[in-house]
Design a protein around this ligand. Structure first.
Ligand SMILES: [Zn+2]
Length: 142
């Protein structure tokens, strides 16, 4: 449930896709999912429907890149890196204050060719980022 260094991310066919080889944060959510127009509306308010939604960003990215031959069906579970969503003793999810900080990082090694969609979510409706989304930096090397 909680990913960290040593975790291997598997494809739907059980093949290793990525391995987390370094993690200075130690908390990443795999249960909360990505925000969507529908969830933002249900969770926050009807007038939040027009706000950014990660799911829409990914759908747009897939639609704009026909060369990958992907569709809505190819978008699977996401990882909310640096997001703190603990499971309570009652089995509920809770959006908790983040425990990440500037300079924290996650390093992954690709075990196969992978296509990664990233949304640095400006989630302005819940306090998970103290209502202050910050930039991310992504480095890719061979
Ligand atoms: Zn989002």
């Amino acid at each position: 449930m909680y990913l960290t260094a040593g975790t291997v991310l598997l494809s739907n066919e059980g093949n290793p896709m990525l391995e987390i080889v370094a993690d200075t944060c130690g908390r990443h959510d795999t249960l909360g999912g990505a925000c969507a127009t529908e969830s933002n509306t249900v969770r926050y308010a009807l007038q939040k429907r027009c706000m950014h939604a990660c799911r829409d960003s990914w759908l747009l990215a897939v639609a704009e890149h026909e060369e990958f031959g992907m569709s809505k069906r190819d978008i699977t579970h996401n990882i909310n890196f640096f997001m703190n969503v603990p499971v309570t003793p009652e089995g509920c999810l809770r959006f908790a204050d983040g425990i990440s900080d500037a300079g924290k990082y996650v390093e992954l090694t690709a075990k196969m060719d992978v296509l990664v969609l990233i949304s640095n979510c400006p989630q302005l409706n819940n306090p998970c980022n103290a209502y202050n989304p910050t930039p991310i930096e992504i480095l890719i090397w061979n």
